[in-house]
Design a protein around this ligand. Sequence first.
Ligand SMILES: [Zn+2]
Length: 271
Amino acid sequence: MSGFRLKKINGIKFFVIDKFEKTGIVDHLFTTKIGGVSTEDFFSLNLGLNTEDLAKNIIENFNRVSYILSTTIDKMVVSNQVHETNIRIVKEEDMGKGLIKERDYDSVDGLITNIKGISLVTFYADCVPLFFLDPNKKVVGLAHAGWKGTVGRIGGRMIDKFVNEFKCDIKNIIVGIGPSIGPCCYRVNKDVIDKFNMEFISTEKFVKLLAHNQYDLDLWEANKEILREKGVKEENIIVSKICTSCNNDIFYSYRKKESKTGRMAAIIKIK
Ligand SMILES: [Zn+2]
């Protein structure tokens, strides 16, 4: 068992993390592409605000997902992902930004809040979704970790924010590493691996040489390693081990479809 479970409500298929659900204090999910109104390349639950899909379809998809989370889109706050490592501490006045009102921030790949009722939203099509929860202090967070975010240790930066801004004890923090491109499908060249070799003492746990200038990169294990180094307990790191590229029937995959594709979303809120 991966600790991530597929559920279906009102035709929408989505994943939840058992350990997060058991705390009873959060509503959260990772969407699939099933259960929305978008068509063609964006079929059907596309939540990507920066895609070429019709805005009215994206908003309808958001409305459908918000219903499952017992909320409305005016209480959501979205990221603006640029493959960097900036993290925004989300406040009440941010609610609805990027969705029903103008967004006044850029370059945000991580979101954190301790305010009840605010839904944090981040977007994915192969990159790694990281879910964070401290059930004691009631703080939640999401981060978008592609290879650049991973080599920039966005997961570790999130833990630092939990500790420094919210006085969380690392031992209490639970992290979910969601569906994303797996080591089975993620081929990269030496330029990428060089960056990891500069940042990590050892990359042998997550890099495998295939052929000249061809490597398998395991972003799940790399992110796990970053969290372990920070002191997150092994049993508190839940890896879905579900590959978005292998499971095209339920996920959008940027690599497989070459850019023109929809986006899944990770969403979390404190009840
Ligand atoms: Zn795969």
